[in-house]
Design a protein around this ligand. Structure first.
Ligand code: HEC
Ligand code: HEC
Length: 215
């Protein structure tokens, strides 16, 4: 601690670190402290929880930091409605949002829950939607945006492989019903509205069984 700043000055990094930038950069160390507010639901390892028949808590561990920060801002300004999250995001300023997003993004991703005991036909249908899409319904594959293995692509398309089935299903239904509409250009809404509830369930269960990747 006492030595570090001198090294940064010597390397010319101390000045750039303090200069104004368009986005607030997050410090995972500070974010760890902020995450004390979140462990009751998202768990100490960021794994969240699949809650059968209830509101699942999404896994945050290993998700892209910019994506997480965007969601926190959207929930705070009301463009993504979440009564469960609202009281907690209201305690966070821009710096704390950046810090806690940086913290969760560097945690080791954990496995998706809620995909056990699914029958073969359901999994096959889920795989088709995720990997190849279904042109008879005008549904493109999830991986065409969410990246190879549906493990995420850049800051905009979050990893959905290894997310909890209950959370994935709830999000797709929220887009279908128009209660979540914070996606750019209605990209998710236009897909979810073309999916039956059975297909939403199938793809959620299949994705929960897939491997995650860290960003
Ligand atoms: C009372 C339980 C609870 C607490 C405490 C909580 N969350 Fe959440 N969180 C949820 C639920 C439930 C959702 C899903 C909301 C929805 O369905 O839109 C969520 C969603 C999120 C998302 C969106 C994830 C995604 O993949 O889009 C982020 C990011 C998040 N929470 C971060 C936090 C942070 C950071 C804290 C602590 C400051 C926190 N949460 C505290 C329950 C909680
Ligand atoms: C045309 C591009 C596109 C396609 C195809 C697509 N998505 Fe998405 N998806 C997005 C974008 C963009 C977001 C981020 C929305 C935001 O910023 O809130 C997203 C977010 C999500 C989320 C929320 C993740 C989270 O952590 O909250 C889920 C779940 C999801 N998509 C599931 C699917 C499934 C399942 C499919 C295939 C049936 C699919 N998506 C196909 C663009 C796409």
């Amino acid at each position: 601690m006492s030595k570090l700043p001198a090294i940064l000055v010597a390397l010319g990094l101390a000045t750039t670190a303090g200069s104004a930038s368009a986005t607030v950069s997050g410090d995972p160390e500070n974010g760890k402290g902020v995450a004390n507010l979140c462990v009751a639901c998202h768990q100490a390892d960021g794994s969240g929880k699949h809650i059968e028949g209830g509101e699942s808590w999404p896994r945050l561990a290993g998700l892209n930091a910019s994506y997480l920060a965007k969601q926190l801002h959207d929930i705070k300004d009301g463009s993504r409605a979440s009564p469960s999250m609202m009281p907690f995001v209201n305690m966070l300023d821009d710096q704390k949002i950046a810090d806690v997003a940086a913290y969760y993004s560097q945690l080791e991703p954990t496995s998706g829950e809620g995909g056990n005991n699914a029958d073969e036909a359901l999994l096959k249908r889920g795989e088709q939607l995720a990997e190849r899409g279904d042109w008879s319904q005008y549904v493109v594959s999830c991986k065409s945006c969410h990246g190879p293995g549906n493990q995420g692509a850049g800051d905009v398309f979050p990893g959905i492989a290894g997310q909890h089935a209950g959370y994935i299903e709830a999000q797709l239904k929220a887009w279908k019903e128009g209660t979540r509409k914070n996606d750019p250009q209605d990209l998710m809404g236009s897909i979810a509205r073309r999916m039956s509830d059975a297909d939403i369930h199938a793809v959620a269960v299949w994705l929960a069984n897939q491997n995650t990747a860290s960003n």
